[in-house]
Design a protein around this ligand. Structure first.
Ligand code: 13P
Length: 261
């Protein structure tokens, strides 16, 4: 029997979607979905504009709030940016760092990721650090090399205690928004590799880090993915914009989790 490290961690990255009313309606439906989800960690990650509205809905519930990005300075003349202390003040517990869309569209690098992770931890937020290869790297057999580089540079200089508060999201870029999910075997191979590397670098805290998968996750593939030993949950994009889809993903992961207990 597989020894699962922790219950499912399921986060919904709403990206640049939803007006205030739509965001609070969606949050209300998810939070009200039923007590069976209490065993899961549920994180809602709306755009900055809807953080306040969603914070009001998740307050007092088991769900937590996250933001999609942060800047590494605490305050100052950085037009358009939002800092860790501001997110903490807005009642966020989590923040995405280095999402592939930030890397590809906005030029973020492993070095900026490193600064942002440091800022998140300093503010008392748990960073969800996103890594993953593009299709050309996978086709060239360079996936694990790419992952190693992102981990080494993105997490350089952090302590074991830092890693105990950090979540890693493996999101193969070719699977994001494409409907083409990694197979459970493909995802497990990379997750196991990540866990091995984190264990080498950070001991127990690294080896027990939550490592979640993202890329076209749906209720129909959540169960077989979560059955894999090193997949601790999901970072969901498109399917998280609809309560039934998001809750379905969490329920399917919980079904796999409960079978293993
Ligand atoms: P999709 O679930 O839409 O493929 O998006 C994944 C993602 O980027 C989550 O951060």
């Amino acid at each position: 029997m597989v020894r699962r490290r922790r219950p499912p961690f399921v986060a919904g990255n709403w990206k640049m979607n939803l007006r205030l009313r739509e965001a609070s309606d969606l949050a209300r439906k998810i939070v009200g979905a039923g007590p069976d989800l209490a065993d899961c960690t549920i994180v809602l990650i709306p755009p900055f504009t809807a953080l306040g509205a969603v914070a009001g809905v998740v307050a007092g519930s088991a769900a937590a709030l996250g933001a999609q990005d942060l800047f590494w300075e605490d305050q100052g003349a950085y037009t358009g940016e939002v800092s860790g202390p501001m997110l903490k003040d807005a009642r966020c517990e989590y923040v995405l760092v280095g999402h592939s869309e930030r890397r590809q569209i906005f030029g973020e690098t492993d070095e900026t990721v490193n600064r942002k992770v440091r800022a998140a931890l300093k503010a008392g937020l748990s960073p969800i650090v996103c890594i993953g290869e593009v299709l050309a790297e996978r086709d060239a057999g360079r996936t694990l090399e790419r992952i190693d580089g992102q981990l080494a540079r993105g997490l350089a200089g952090f302590s074991r205690e830092d890693m105990a508060r950090t979540i890693i999201a493996y999101e193969p870029v070719w699977a994001i928004g494409t409907g083409r999910t990694a197979t459970p075997e493909q995802a497990q191979e990379v997750h196991a590799h990540i866990r091995g590397r984190l264990g080498e670098s950070y001991g127990h805290e690294g080896a027990t880090c939550a490592i979640i998968y993202g890329g076209s996750v749906k209720p129909a593939n959540s169960y077989p993915l979560f059955k894999e030993e090193d997949i601790d949950g999901f970072l969901v994009g498109g399917a998280s914009l609809e309560a039934g889809g998001f809750v379905g993903i969490a329920r399917e992961a919980l079904r796999a989790y409960r079978e293993e207990k």
